[in-house]
Design a protein around this ligand. Structure first.
Ligand code: BES
Ligand code: MN
Ligand code: ZN
Length: 464
């Protein structure tokens, strides 16, 4: 999709030999001499994320100083990537154990969604991979992250259920996985009643579908990993229509499916020691004469009946069927990603996705990985006493938490827990998938959250 030059160069490549240095400078650790005088004249003291270009005698930019504050947080290099002028650069002052994350941050900071602009690509900065980093491994992960963000950024008109299927097929084929899809009314025969109910208002133009990918299926000796993602290609709220401001960014409501596909791509390309199943319910939560209604009672794949209190709580409905399907396969581990609630943002803001799991080992492993790769998540409680928020008078449960205006992310997670596999461990991530405020290296738009943490956890648990 992108017209850009490859962002990374191997240290032994020809172009790398002429790389100009970016020196990483801690606060108040500016070197003495000529550069020091130039820094002082420019008020540069090593402030975090501040860039200073330094000229040579001819007035050409010969090197750059980049402030890192107290100590290097590799993710601040996202801002460097956004600000550095074109040309080839290398980093001075990155330790070997930070090399990979530093180079990845540089890639993430260079992301721009350019599918619909004709603006000529600017001459972009390119980076020599610091010693200790494996260029192919970094580029693979960067590509998966870009893919997630491109999917999220693509308007709903061009990222409908069919397009999600197309991306899923490409990712499956690339790694020799098999893909099957159940579409439209066939969802009823195949027993995906909730997926059908939520998506049927968009039939026939944008029919709902259930996408299933299997990889390493014959390796029954390996543990089974199930990855599930909410694929609501646009969330109008349904008959409980969202107001304008709340609907504005709902093209991103398929962010969970993008994350699931991005993670699956990484798992397959890294050849991790698992069998993998990916389950993506892809629907448009639309408004039509055939839309599901408040007060309707849906059946679900698991057999539980669900009273619809609010058609805008649609994500948990399609995930209910997908998680039930996962359970039938008896996975050892199930991970789901979903832009499930606005309440998650009220609790933790846009950059810190809630993580839910009742498996202490999984929580510890995920949080450790999250810290290692600087991909934050925050554990929130599956607080069982709030479960009665989902009680219905006429069905097994209801999809909105009734009179509750509080703990919306927790009660949504509790709803999912009713459908999560009984075998193995399960974790749910209520992601935002979006940078609401643009800043250097974190442009406004799609963002990949919790996926790198999950991948790193999986790499540790299931090395290939
Ligand atoms: N997709 C939304 C959640 C959402 C909104 C995520 C804004 C990120 C930003 C979800 O389908 C939804 O509408 N949830 C409702 C649930 C409520 C009706 C119980 C919500 O959070 O308001
Ligand atoms: Mn909704
Ligand atoms: Zn939604």
């Amino acid at each position: 999709m992108s017209r850009r030059l490859p962002v990374l160069l191997a240290a032994d490549s020809e172009d790398a030999q002429s790389a100009r240095p970016v020196r990483l400078i801690a606060r108040d650790a500016v070197p003495e001499g000529r550069i020091g005088a130039w820094a002082a004249a420019n008020g540069f003291k090593g402030q975090e994320a501040r860039l200073l270009l330094c000229p040579d005698d001819a007035g050409e930019v010969a090197e750059a100083l980049f402030g890192i504050g107290k100590a290097l947080d590799p993710m601040t290099l996202r801002a460097l990537a956004d600000r550095l002028p074109g040309g080839v650069w290398r980093l001075d002052g990155v330790s070997e154990d930070q090399a990979e994350l530093a180079a990845l941050a540089f890639c993430l900071g260079r992301y721009a969604f350019d599918r619909y602009t004709r603006a000529a690509a600017e001459p972009a900065a390119r980076l020599v991979v610091p010693e200790g980093g494996d260029i192919n491994r970094i580029l693979d992960l960067a590509r998966s992250c870009d893919l997630v963000r491109e999917m999220v950024d693509t308007p709903a008109a061009d990222m409908g259920p069919l397009q999600i299927e197309t991306v899923a097929r490409e990712i499956a084929e690339e790694s020799g996985a098999t893909l099957s899809v159940i579409t439209g009314d066939a969802l009823l025969e195949a027993n995906y009643p909730a997926v059908h109910a939520v998506g049927r208002a968009a039939v026939p133009a944008r029919a709902p579908r259930m996408i299933e990918i299997h990889w390493n299926a014959d390796r029954t000796d390996l543990p089974l990993l199930a990855v599930v993602g909410k694929g609501v290609v646009f969330d109008t709220g349904g008959l409980n229509l969202k107001a304008g401001a709340g609907m504005r960014n709902m093209k991103k409501d398929m962010g969970g499916s993008a994350h699931a596909l991005g993670l699956a791509r990484q798992v397959m390309r890294a050849g991790l020691g698992v069998r993998l199943v990916v389950l993506i319910p892809a629907v448009e939560n639309a408004v039509s004469g055939d839309a599901f209604r408040p007060g309707d009672v849906l059946s679900s794949r698991k057999g539980l009946t669900i009273e619809i209190g609010n058609t805008d709580a649609e994500g948990r409905l399609i995930l209910a069927d997908a998680l039930a399907r996962a359970g039938e396969l008896e996975p050892d581990l199930t991970l789901d990603f979903a832009t499930l609630t606005g309440a998650a943002r009220v609790a933790l803001g846009p950059d810190l996705p809630p993580l839910y799991t009742d498996d202490e080992t999984l929580a510890a492993d995920l949080l450790a990985a999250s810290g290692r790769v600087q991909d934050p998540v925050w554990r929130m409680p599956l607080w069982a006493p709030y479960g009665d928020a989902l009680d219905s008078d006429i069905a097994d449960l209801r999809n909105d938490s009734a009179a509750w205006a509080q703990a919306g992310s927790v009660t949504a997670a509790l709803f999912l827990m009713n459908f999560a596999p009984e075998t193995g461990a399960w974790a749910h991530m209520d992601i935002f998938a979006w940078n609401p405020r643009g800043r250097a290296g974190w442009p406004q738009g799609g963002e990949v959250q919790a996926m790198r943490a999950c991948f790193d956890m999986l790499k540790t648990r299931y090395p290939g």
